[in-house]
Design a protein around this ligand. Structure first.
Ligand SMILES: Cc1ncc(COP(=O)(O)O)c(C=O)c1O
Length: 439
């Protein structure tokens, strides 16, 4: 036996993603309907549009040389310009009035790389980050790697409860721990995992709160707008970034993975200027630039109108899928006491809560019964950190309507209903959550 590996503390703190097992199970199990995977719809990929722009890029010697060469660490300038215009257009502001230009944009290998780079730029072990409860579980992994203490704030139908956030900030100030608080993380449009959106009036309040409590050092807001463009009902809400006209408090990040194609693995962020340089230095060490070809492809899709047409098409596709999942939930679960679910206005996820008699965790009878029936979900507890009393909710599930077709979604929900029969476990350490669910 060789001697053990001399691993870093950081590596030792990093665990395999809890969802890997579920993805593996979905691959292995024939006929399984996976409501677990966060993948996007494959039948609507803009294949022809991408093929056409790739042919155009490679068909011209000059553009081929540009796209196949290394790019810069910060990313293709034209695409950065298009992004700043796109985000500012969505918010109805001129870039100059928001103190933003292409200089403030960074392109990354998916927005996930940005989340990771920011962790390197900002956090030391013992620092505090506040997240929504529940939150994007992959981000919890990033925080764990950095040794961060994650605190959470409950959500209701309007997303993060900002009154509860204020109460937490007051508490942290009183205990002196505010000195450790670096960042507040929110997935504010059609959140992964709940599908909930931060209410409009809460957006400026978040900025006011970090200004009020960030007197000794700046407390940043990380606005993860990964699902903003996947909107099926209502109007687009202003970003939190819009309420930061000096570009000092809010990091806005989003991605082309969801509204276009994850295979291009291109994300972006608008950063406060003094943070951008730090992140660029770190990215220089990581890869000194993300895929230049992918950036050129996306830039052309934005320029020739294919991108916006595609987003429009996708909205129709996902609206139909969401409606199919919601109709099936009503059909199967309306008569079952204690089962509730969110009605997301966009994104890819519905969040369903079961009664205390049906725990949903990775070792639960329910998950086993679901596998027997041929359906899989993500246990909601993966999205939670334990609260100050060591508890987390244990009867929630994330149901994704991204990949399966409407008929499979309906069948998946029918199978979940059948799986409920016969499950009557005494719920241990279950914390009931109120106010979030509207189904
Ligand atoms: C909330 C959220 N943020 C960020 C990401 C990262 O996406 P990507 O790295 O593909 O841009 C995801 C992916 O599922 C996500 O759900």
């Amino acid at each position: 036996m060789p001697a053990p590996l001399p691993l870093s503390q950081q590596a030792l703190r990093t665990a395999d993603s809890p969802i890997s097992y579920f993805i593996q199970k979905a691959i292995e199990t024939k006929g399984l309907i996976s409501l677990a995977a966060g993948l996007v719809d494959e039948s609507s990929f803009p294949t022809a549009d991408i093929a056409a722009v790739v042919a155009a890029i490679l068909g011209d010697p000059e553009s081929a040389r540009m796209a196949l060469q290394y790019g810069s660490t910060q990313g293709y300038p034209k695409l950065r310009e298009q992004i700043v215009n796109m985000v500012c257009d969505a918010d109805g502001v001129r870039p100059a009035d928001a103190n933003l230009s292409a200089q403030d944009v960074i392109l990354t290998t998916g927005s996930q790389q940005l989340l990771y780079l920011l962790g390197e730029a900002l956090f030391d072990p013992g620092d505090i980050v506040i997240c929504e409860a529940p939150s994007y579980f992959v981000y919890h992994g990033v925080l764990q790697t950095r040794g961060v203490r994650t605190l959470s704030v409950p959500m209701d139908a309007g997303g993060m409860d900002v009154d509860a956030l204020e109460a937490l900030l007051i508490k942290l100030e009183a205990s002196g721990e505010i000195a450790k608080l670096k960042l507040i993380y929110t997935v504010d449009y059609y959140q992964n995992p709940t599908g909930l959106t931060l209410a409009e009036e809460r957006r400026p309040r978040l900025v006011e709160l970090v200004k009020r409590f960030g007197k000794r050092h700046r407390i940043l807001i990380l606005e993860d707008a990964a699902y903003r463009e996947l909107r099926y009902d209502g109007r687009d809400l202003p970003s939190i970034k819009k309420f930061d006209p000096t570009n000092q408090y809010v990091i806005y990040t989003s991605t082309f993975s969801k509204p276009c194609a994850p295979g291009l693995k291109t994300g972006y962020a608008l950063l406060p200027r003094d943070l951008l340089g730090v992140v660029l230095n770190l990215k220089g060490n990581h890869d000194f630039g993300s895929s230049n070809l992918a950036q050129h492809i996306i830039s052309r899709l934005l320029a020739n109108g294919a991108y916006s047409r595609h987003v429009e098409t996708l909205r129709g596709v996902y609206r139909t899928k969401r409606d199919a999942m919601l109709a099936a939930l009503t059909e199967e679960f309306a008569d079952m006491p204690g089962v509730t679910w969110t009605v997301p206005a966009g994104g890819l996820y519905v969040w369903a809560t079961f009664p205390d008699s049906i725990p949903t965790g990775p070792d639960s009878t329910f998950v086993k019964r679901c596998l027997e029936e041929g359906v899989l979900y993500v246990p909601g507890e993966f999205g939670h950190v334990v609260d100050e009393f060591g508890r987390k909710p244990l009867t929630e599930t994330r149901l994704s309507f991204g990949v399966s077709c409407p008929e499979q979604l309906a069948e998946g929900i029918r199978r979940m209903r059948r799986a409920c029969d016969g499950v009557k476990e005494p719920a241990k350490r279950v914390e009931k959550r109120v106010g979030v669910l509207v189904g």
